[in-house]
Design a protein around this ligand. Structure first.
Ligand code: FMN
Length: 423
């Protein structure tokens, strides 16, 4: 990753010092396309524009692969509303093999099981990749690039375990003029039955082989989209980067069972009385996504620092603050899928405004000013114990808070327990 190096934040007004330190970082790994433009330091308004793997975007907000990138009409809408980039719905060579069912969505709302009201906090889908003919999708990619040559269009692709098929697909999508390719190594339902999607992303040996085929062919940047349905997500991320991919995206949906209808006793979403585990997304997955992105970012910082590698954070983003969290962990871009399905394409304006508010509050002028700034504050539990014991020792020295159990009055349990100097 280009510049996950940072100065330690200490206390107080450290933001501007950090901002200055980050602005001086430069990338060293040659990118496959484009050239880099750095943010102006004199602008009063925070600058949301980014350059990632040589791709210039007006802001870090990217439409995540899924229904919001289904066809020309909706992708055009996304560009018109101001999204930084669009990743189209995943395509494969033979759409005839992709057969969807209905219903394919189920929602988790705040409230009791089956509650029809309440805010949606979780979303499960059993939707497959695009079932539209590849030729149609390719024609639409080309039309979009002809009409929006300066905007970033990324094709999402997936194929069976077959080198010739992968390379044909790459060749055909590249001919449309797309700017980059995201590889869907992560769809958790349907496709693994054909040794596709998560079946590859969960098997590092297979992943290495397939990434080798892909990177031998691709001439545009390649992002590998990771599945969270694995014990240690840093392992496939490492394999993807060391096999030539320019970036990783995380996360795709989390394998889930949305619930059981307590009237019919059948699982949801219910198709002819039956269901199958699906992929979970939206607000409920955000903390899990942050955890996975943090794990990948730590690995990238220690093993790939100094190269022009990128990280795209995905999962439950609905506000500028959600996005800021991914960037603070080291993400270059932030993808939104379910949030767009729920709130529409205009969401990007709110995301940009809220991210700017966050940046103004901390006096950050550019995304690079704070990217990765929170990453050094993750450590082991053993280290937390050591740090706390040291803090306790220091507090004891200045005799702050309760000295021991016998001083405990029981008035204000939280305050008293937090002020304990020994345990
Ligand atoms: C209905 C639906 C369809 C999706 N289809 C795809 C897909 O075709 N390819 C893909 O890589 N990810 C797909 N995803 C996963 C999203 O791109 C994203 O990784 C995930 O939903 C988490 O982000 P979110 O909470 O912003 O939706 C889909 C998600 C949903 C909800």
């Amino acid at each position: 990753m280009a510049s996950l190096s940072f100065t330690q934040i200490k206390t107080g007004n450290s933001a501007s010092r950090l901002a200055l330190a980050r602005r001086s970082t430069i990338s060293t790994r040659p990118s496959r396309v484009g050239f880099k433009v750095f943010a102006s330091e004199t602008q009063a308004e925070p600058d949301l524009s980014i350059t990632v793997n040589g791709l210039q975007m007006p802001n870090p907000f990217v439409i995540g692969s899924g229904p919001p990138g289904t066809n020309y009409t909706v992708m055009k809408r996304a560009f018109d509303e101001g999204w930084g980039a669009v990743i189209a719905k995943t395509v494969s060579l033979d759409a005839d093999k992709v057969i969807n069912v209905t219903p394919r969505y189920a929602r988790l709302r705040v409230g009791s099981n089956g509650s029809p009201k309440g805010e949606i906090i979780g979303w499960e889908n059993i939707e497959l990749i695009s079932d539209r003919p590849l030729e149609t999708m390719l024609k639409e990619f080309k039309q979009l690039k002809d009409e929006y040559p300066d905007r970033i269009l990324i094709a999402s692709i997936m194929e069976e375990y077959n080198k010739a098929a992968w390379q044909e697909l790459i060749d055909r999508v590249e001919q449309t003029g797309v700017d980059a390719i995201e590889i869907n190594f992560s769809c958790p339902h349907g496709m693994p039955e054909r040794k596709m999607g998560a079946a590859v992303g969960q098997d590092c040996a297979l992943l290495e082989e397939v990434c080798g085929w892909i990177n031998a062919k691709a001439t545009v940047p390649v992002w590998a989209k990771m599945t969270p349905n694995i014990t240690d997500i840093s392992q496939p991320a490492r394999v993807a980067l060391s096999s030539g991919c320019e970036g990783v995206s995380a996360i795709n949906t989390i394998m889930s069972v949305m619930g059981i209808n307590l009237n019919t006793l059948r699982p949801e979403p219910c198709v002819e009385g039956y269901s199958t585990p699906g992929g979970y997304s939206a607000k409920a997955v955000h903390p899990i996504a942050l955890g996975k992105v943090m794990t990948i970012a730590k690995m990238m910082k220690s093993e790939f620092d100094g190269g022009d590698y990128s990280l795209s954070g995905i999962g439950g983003v609905e506000t500028g603050n959600d996005a800021a969290e991914f960037i603070l962990l080291g993400a270059n871009t932030v993808q939104v899928c379910t949030g767009v399905m729920m709130h529409g394409y205009g969401l990007v304006k709110k995301l940009c405004a809220e991210l700017k508010d966050f940046m103004k509050k901390h006096n950050f002028k550019s995304i690079e000013d704070f990217r990765g700034a929170s990453l050094p504050y993750f450590t082991t539990h053993t280290d937390l114990v050591r740090r706390q014991q040291e803090a306790i020792r220091q507090r004891k020295a200045i005799k702050k808070g309760l000295q021991s159990d016998k001083d405990w009055t029981g008035d204000g349990f939280v305050r008293e327990s937090e002020s304990m100097v020994s345990n």
